[in-house]
Structure formats: structure tokens, C-alpha cells
Design a protein around this ligand. Sequence first.
Ligand code: FBP
Length: 550
Amino acid sequence: MSISALQKERAKYQPKLPKSLKGNVKLVEGAKTESVADQKEIAELFPNTYGMPLITFEAADAATDRQPVNVGVILSGGQAPGGHNVISGIFDGIKNIHPDSKLYGFLGGPGGLVDHKYMELTADIIDEYRNTGGFDIIGSGRTKLEEEAQFDKGLEIAKDLGLNALVIIGGDDSNTNACVLAEYYAKINSGVQVIGCPKTIDGDLKNEMIETSFGFDTATKVYSELIGNIQRDANSAKKYWHFIKLMGRSASHIGLECALKTQPNITLISEEVAEKKQTLGEVVDYMAGIVANRAADGNNFGVALIPEGLIEFIPEMKTLISELNDLLAEGTESEKEFKMLKKSHRNEWVAGHLSETSSNVFSSLPSGIATQLTLDRDPHGNVQVSLIETEKLLGEMVKTRLDEMKEAGDFAGKFGTQYHFFGYEGRCAAPSNFDADYCYSLGYTASVLISEGKTGYMASVRNTTAAADEWIAGGVPVTMMMNMEKRHGHMKPVIQKALVELDGAPYKYFVTKRGEWATGTEFVYPGPIQYFGPTEVCDQTTETLKLEQA
Ligand code: FBP
């Protein structure tokens, strides 16, 4: 395999570990834990894994006599920079525990466990992937591990391979399922432990004990570099407004972090739109107002950041999407009727079959977007929100609004647009120093939890704005992060998703600044991720973490 010059040098990077993990480690058990809400229900559902104590690691004087451990690892869901370092951390950790330990990777995500597709990860393979982006070492997938039949199939292969534990590297849903699996394997005394690791570029798997999910740091650095470059282009040519949609299925953490790094003119925060119950028209008015104000100062250019999940947070759009999901549900009479129609008649037919409010909203959308809402559906029949071109929807609606303002004499400028979507280009970037170190530490932590016989825990590394030496490694019972939520009509135990908190420090700081950034041109150009050089350039963590921990 030919590799780039950067990859060659980067392979030599030795990720930093917290000092507690550098030599012999001892476990310190803290207080018993409770779930964040619905304690009674969660305790009943997880009798074997509920209420376990928090664990922190400390340096120990003497080594204990430890047995080899065999571990299976699974990458679950969307790619996030650093996954390969979690795996190399587990590998080095279990080899340090005992050189005869073995690591197996299940191929293509959780489905690999059920279908018994796996490979042994040897030192040669691991060395090829150290400090690289991507999940290509074993691949990932979105199969949900939910059914007991799947758990039993998984146990068959775990027994065949003599596995002591499975490590599931995933987001909130995958770790919820990991916890259910841990409980099931504990209940039947299978002898197989389950440990989770917090992954997702979206940054929405975090809480008191999990400061950040891995991949968020690198992905937001990649997007911020690109945003900075575009800002500089906008400020040079002074003729376009760039509308940039940023990945993040639901929460707006990515948009907020990129805004804090680059200081664009407009940043929409979905959680704020939902809290204020803003209509699409109000969002458009807000944006058009900023465009007009800048134009009045002679600045017919700017940059607007739009979170991918926005339209589901606009109450009227949420209702519209849910009505469309019902109307066009596969196999229904209405869907059959819709499909019989000529394409040119479909939008009019849809508008006639919605509630009055939704019909008005649907009819006010640019026709291309309205059509997208009726076509792009996932295998469950839901609109695929990430495929909706929200940036174009807003750009076209802002233009219409500015035309009206021009007629009324309230806008005398020009409005030319360019559209971008930044998502996939950030998910497999070579991990920043932070993610390389954090992921390696998470993997190493998982190996210690396994050798100590723990199950139902998520690897946790805290104090992450300090130098890596001072990071606090340990384990958090997954049940501690759970509450009951309605999913597909039934109450289920799930890990609480962390949305942007409107009383949190990052958002509050942003609110104090966004006015200046809107009218002035206060762009910041972060440049590319630096892997070599001064620590203040290479080892910076996110603005979000800095503000949260200030
Ligand atoms: P995870 O939550 O699984 O980490 O995935 C996050 C994400 O990158 C979202 O930001 C995005 O909406 C989605 O995955 C895209 O999914 P896909 O890769 O299936 O297109």
C-alpha cells in the first residue's frame, strides 16, 4: 500500500496517555451511581448492571499477576477521526496486560458479530493504522444490536474465539444497545463483558462524566479550516454570500464550535430556534435582516452556518414532515395514489392532502425543496433530513424576502449566493493530536476495565483541557447516563442525547458576540490542523470544551 509523506511521519507519533495509565494501574471505586432520571424503571430493567460505582484509575506501585484477555471490537455508526487509535489503544493495553492476549475485529459494524465475520488484529495490521483517520481497518455499519436472537448469535462466536469481552465503539444509540447487551450477558452468566467507547463527530454523546465524544475535535477543525478559507475568499471578492450547511444529524454542537472558531456573520442554532418556537419565515427574516444591514454598509458578502438538523427543530416543519411521513407511508392507499400521478401534479396533490397549516408551509417552499421532501425517504419511510438542501432552501427564501424588501425600499444591495455542505470530508481526517491522544487513552482505559472484570461501563477520560498527563481515566456505568424516552411508540431506556444547552457557557458566549460578527467582518482563519510544531498550535482542544471547563 503506498502512503503519503504525512502518513509516514504521523505513523511514528506516540499518543500521550494520562500518567495513571503509564505504569501499573489500580482501580479506585467511587460512590454508587443512579441514572440521570427514571431511576426506578432503569433499575428494574438493568438489575445486574444498575447502580455500579464510578471508577477512576490511579498509578500503583506493584504489578498484579494478570491473565491474557481476548477482546472483540466493533465500530458502530458514522465514521469519526480517531477510531483506529481506540483500537490501537486496546491492542497495546491488552498486550501490556499479557503478551498472549488477542484482539479480534468484527467486520462491517455490529452486523459482523451477528454474522460471525471477523479478523484477528495482529501487530502488523495495527501498525499500519496507527494515527490514521477512517474506520477502514475493520469497517463500520449501522445494524442495530437489539434482539436477544442477535445477542445469542454474538455469544456463539464470542465463545468460539474465547472472548472475555466486547468493546463497542459508537454513539448514544450504539452505547445504549451495548448496555442492554452487557445486562443480558451478565444475566445469563455468559462470562462475556461489554465495554463502550464514546464516538461521534456530532458531539452529542456527552455528560458530566463524558466530556466529549471523539472525532468532534478533528471534524470541527477540518470544517473550520474550510470555513476560514471561504471567509477569506468572500472578503477578497466581496460579491457572494456563502450558505454553508454543517453535518450533525440533530444537535448544533458542530455549528456552534465552528462559529466560535471562525466568527462568521450568521450562525443558526437549531436548539434556539426550537426554544423560541421560530417559524421558517422568522428564521428567513432574521437572515435577510443581517444581509440588508451589511449591504447598507457596502458589504454585499458574508458567511452563514446552518446546522444539518435545523428543519426538524422548526416546529411547523416538524409537523409538516410528520404529516408527510404518514401521507406517503409505503403501502398506504394515499402513497399508491401519489405514485400514480404525473410528477408535475404531485406537489399540488400533496398540498391538498395536508392540514391547512402544513399545506401553507409546504406551498411556501421553493418547489425543488418541496419535491425533495416528498421523495427522499429512508428504509423506515421517514424523510431523510440530511439530504434536504436546507442551505438552498434558506438561500432561495432569503432572496425572495430581499426582493420584497427592495420593492419596499428597505434593501438596496446585491445578493449573490454560493452553497456548500461540509460533512463527509471531516469524518475520516487524520486525527488531531487531541483525538489521537484521547482515543488511544480511551482504548487503553477499556483494556484495563476488561482485565478488572468490569462490564456495562463506558471508558471515560476527563479533565481534557489540561495536559494529557493530568487526564483522569476510568469507567462510568452506562446505566448512569440513561433515562426513559418514547421510541417508535414505546417507552425505552436510552442514553440521553446532549443538545446544545442554551444556559451553557459556549452558547452564552456566542450570543454575546454574534451581533458584532454579523455587522462587522471579524472573520478568524484557523488554517489546517497542525500535527507537528508548537504545542499551542498542535494541542489545542475545542472552544466548546474550553468554555465549558473555564
Ligand atoms: P453517528 O451518530 O453514527 O456518529 O453519525 C453521525 C453522522 O455523521 C451525522 O452527522 C450524519 O447525519 C450521519 O452520520 C450521516 O450518516 P450516513 O453516513 O449514514 O450518511
